[in-house]
Design a protein around this ligand. Structure first.
Ligand code: UD1
Ligand code: UDP
Length: 361
């Protein structure tokens, strides 16, 4: 059986790495195509190096562009390569433009699509990822839902039960495979003169937040309020999209917020594991906080990861600055004894077993 893995952005590289490891461990015939939707060293190559992943066989060098430009170039590029490679199954993970275009090109060639992280819904259609999730799920053959809740969503949309598998999320595998190493190797706390629980870690990069001047300004104001109230610094590894928008909107970043360049996975895991609290609009960080028992406040009005809210590791604050502060205070008063709903770190193994079983049908 020939497995073909498509990835293109930071979270896909990180969360697909356990699947790649499992393919290597089981000596499977697999190839990787990188769309290069992300291409900056610290959003791309650094993760291949740190996670010991070999160079992808194919690289589409798609880069940045409008949604149509990105999606269209990936569709054209993936189709050409799949016609040559003829794999039995293509795996995609998550909800980016890379995922939708990869899945669509594959389905149209009547090749099986396996969607990892299927069944997530924010029910907010202005979020580009929401369209990508829905369409990808509906052209997939094997849907790897992280939780029972995600499976329920897929069933409610008419997807057949026999095609849905509750596997957990590979984000947990990635955390468990790398956290010890991160704690041992990373010197990031020393580099920024930080100590355990003595800082807040923040990221914000979602288009609906950072491409909107009012929302971005309120997020910065919220961070400033938190820093003041708790007399602790905010560390903010800033996504290039946000860096670009801060410049475009001529927004001044309060001095209590330390804007730093995006970090590699090991440094970042260490920062996450030792922070007092995570402030974010990232999908993956809501999961990672929950897995690592670090409280999270999500700078959004909705989430496709409701499990984290239900177990008590996460609160939705939206972007209003005083609401952000209230949510942070509330989360800090809670205990950290919630259950991790995203799996015990065996998701990749489960996924590969399901694929192998499916091949024999
Ligand atoms: C994309 C995904 C988002 C995911 C995020 C992970 C879509 C629709 N969005 O958002 O779901 O959460 O990746 O980080 O697929 N840029 C660089 N270097 C890079 C990549 C981007 O400088 O390597 C800058 C460019 O100015 C670009 C902007 O960031 O225009 C946005 O990049 P893009 O890939 O369109 O979307 P992301 O915001 O990264
Ligand atoms: N991450 C990282 N360095 C950073 C910021 C994030 O390694 O500077 C990791 C983080 O641990 C998580 C993933 O990147 O695994 C999340 O990516 P992102 O927030 O870009 O995307 P999303 O999860 O929102 O799709």
């Amino acid at each position: 059986m020939k497995i073909f893995i498509i990835l293109g952005t930071r979270p896909e590289i990180i969360k697909m790495s356990p699947v790649i490891r499992e393919c290597i461990k089981k000596k499977l015939n697999f190839s990787i195509l990188h769309t290069n939707q992300h291409y900056s060293e610290n959003l791309d190559k650094i993760f291949f190096k740190e996670l010991n992943l070999s160079k992808p066989k194919y690289n589409l060098n798609v880069g940045s562009g409008t949604h149509a430009e990105q999606t269209a170039s990936i569709l054209v590029g993936v189709e050409k390569i799949l016609l040559k490679e003829k794999p039995e199954i293509v795996l995609v993970l998550g909800d980016t433009n890379t995922v939708l275009a990869g899945a669509l090109a594959t389905a149209k060639l009547h090749i099986k699509v396996g969607h990892i992280e299927a069944g997530l819904r924010s029910y907010y259609r202005e979020m580009p990822e929401e369209i990508n999730r829905i369409l990808t799920d509906h052209c997939s053959d094997l849907l790897f839902a992280p939780t029972k809740k995600a499976k329920g969503i897929l069933l409610s949309e008419g997807i057949l039960s026999k095609n849905i598998f509750v596997t957990g999320n590979t984000v947990a595998d990635a955390v468990f495979q790398n956290l010890k190493l991160a704690e041992k190797k990373s010197k990031i706390l020393e580099k920024f003169h930080l100590f355990k629980r003595g800082y807040f870690l923040m990221t914000a990069h979602r288009a609906e937040n950072v491409d909107n001047k009012g929302r971005l300004k309120e997020i910065l104001k919220g961070a400033k309020l938190i820093s003041k109230k708790f007399s602790l610094p905010i560390i903010y590894p800033v996504h290039p999209r946000t860096r670009k928008m801060l410049k475009k909107f001529k927004l001044k970043v309060p001095k209590d917020i330390n804007l730093i360049e995006p970090l590699g996975y090991l440094d970042f895991l260490k920062l996450e594991n030792n922070t007092k609290l995570i402030l974010t609009d990232s999908g993956g960080m809501q999961e990672e906080g929950c897995i690592m028992k670090v409280p999270c406040v999500t700078l959004r009005d909705n989430t496709e990861r409701p499990e984290s809210i239900e177990v008590g590791s996460n609160l939705l604050s939206g972007t209003n600055s005083s609401r952000i502060l209230k949510c942070v205070s509330k989360m800090l008063n809670k205990n950290r004894r919630w259950k991790n709903p995203f799996g015990s770190g065996k998701t990749a193994e489960k996924i590969i077993k399901i694929i192998q079983k499916d091949e024999k049908k």
